[in-house]
Every structure is written in structure tokens, then in C-alpha cells.
Design a protein around this ligand. Structure first.
Ligand code: IMP
Ligand code: MG
Length: 171
């Protein structure tokens, strides 16, 4: 039976996402941005972030899969691409967590090839100890230790995404 220990409570996550939304809205004042959510993990972070932004936004999604269980396969598979062009636009990739960095590294390359005006990354969580490839987010919610986390969109075999906090899964 697995047990989930609260790592970051709901109020702290919400407060931090507000700060991130403010930082992005300030940086792109009088402009608009396209938020690209990486399915499925980013959905809760993206909706919360989007509702707190004070500039016009567009939302699109991509799907990239790189994990089976808690084990990284080191491969990224694009299973859903963008619906609209991002050429000449200010684009922010919205991701739940940067772990080895491999997913975002590849996604950045793919998206850069589509000719955005600017490309940045917003990640709710960052596990710097696990990094294998150079990939730093421009906006980071929290840096966390090398623990497998669930909740706020993040899953273990598709479970626990709905938990309204970030928790550590302990077997
Ligand atoms: P990376 O390519 O190793 O950086 O993996 C990034 C993806 O792996 C994230 O977008 C998550 O979907 C997933 N992932 C990495 N660490 C965790 C975790 O602790 N819990 C749940 N999913 C994770
Ligand atoms: Mg993900």
C-alpha cells in the first residue's frame, strides 16, 4: 500500500503560481503570449497559471511521453502536435516538472524550428539533481529534492493527478 506525504501544500502552490503569473504578465506587458501545455501533467498548473495572467493569452497543447512507472526511458515520443502556428509569437512552454531535462530539451528544439519570436519555459517543479541534459526553465515554482512526486497534475501510472497538493509517493 502506498502512502503520500504532503511536500508542498495547496496554499503554497497557489501563491507561487500567482507570483509566476505576475512575473510573466509583467515581462510581456502590452503583448500576448501562447502558453503551450505539455499533456497530461501540466494541465492543472496551466489552468491555474492562465487564470492568474493579466495579459492576453492563447492556449495550445502538445503531448510527449517519456515515462513508464517511475523509470525514465530516456526517450520522448510526440503523440500530439500543436493545432496552430506559433511563428512570430511569444511562446511559453508550460511543464509540470523538469527532471532529467530530456523532454524539454527535445521540445525546445522542435518548437524553435517553428519560428516563434521568443521561447521560454515555465515549470512548476524542478529536480536539479537529476539533470542529464542542459535545460533550465525561465520560471520555476519550486526546486525539490530527488523524490518521485504526484499531485497537481503529476501521476504515478496515471493515478493521483487530481490531488490538490504536491506529495511524495512512498511505497
Ligand atoms: P524529463 O524528460 O526527465 O525531464 O521528464 C519530464 C517528465 O517526466 C515530466 O514532464 C513528468 O511528466 C515526468 N516526471 C518526472 N519526474 C516526475 C515525478 O517525480 N513525478 C511524476 N512525473 C514525473
Ligand atoms: Mg510531463
Amino acid at each position: 500500500m502506498s502512502h503520500i506525504e504532503v511536500l508542498i501544500p495547496e496554499e503554497d502552490v497557489r501563491a507561487r503560481i500567482r507570483e509566476m503569473a505576475d512575473a510573466i504578465s509583467t515581462k510581456y506587458k502590452d503583448q500576448s503570449v501562447v502558453l503551450i501545455g505539455i499533456l497530461n501533467g501540466s494541465v492543472f498548473f496551466l489552468t491555474d497559471l492562465a487564470q492568474k495572467m493579466t495579459i492576453p493569452i492563447e492556449i495550445d497543447f502538445m503531448s510527449a511521453s517519456s515515462y513508464v512507472g517511475t523509470d525514465s526511458t530516456g526517450k520522448v515520443l510526440i503523440t500530439k502536435d500543436l493545432e496552430r502556428s506559433i511563428k512570430g509569437k511569444h511562446v511559453i512552454i508550460v511543464e509540470d516538472i523538469v527532471d532529467t531535462g530530456q523532454t524539454l530539451h527535445l521540445l525546445c528544439e522542435l518548437l524553435r524550428a517553428k519560428g516563434p519570436e521568443t521561447l521560454e519555459i515555465a515549470a512548476l517543479l524542478d529536480k536539479p539533481e537529476r539533470r542529464k541534459v542542459c535545460c533550465d526553465a525561465d520560471y520555476i515554482g519550486f526546486q525539490i529534492p530527488d523524490k518521485f512526486v504526484v499531485g497537481w497534475g503529476m501521476d504515478y501510472n496515471q493515478n493521483y493527478r487530481e490531488l490538490p497538493y504536491v506529495g511524495v509517493l512512498e511505497e
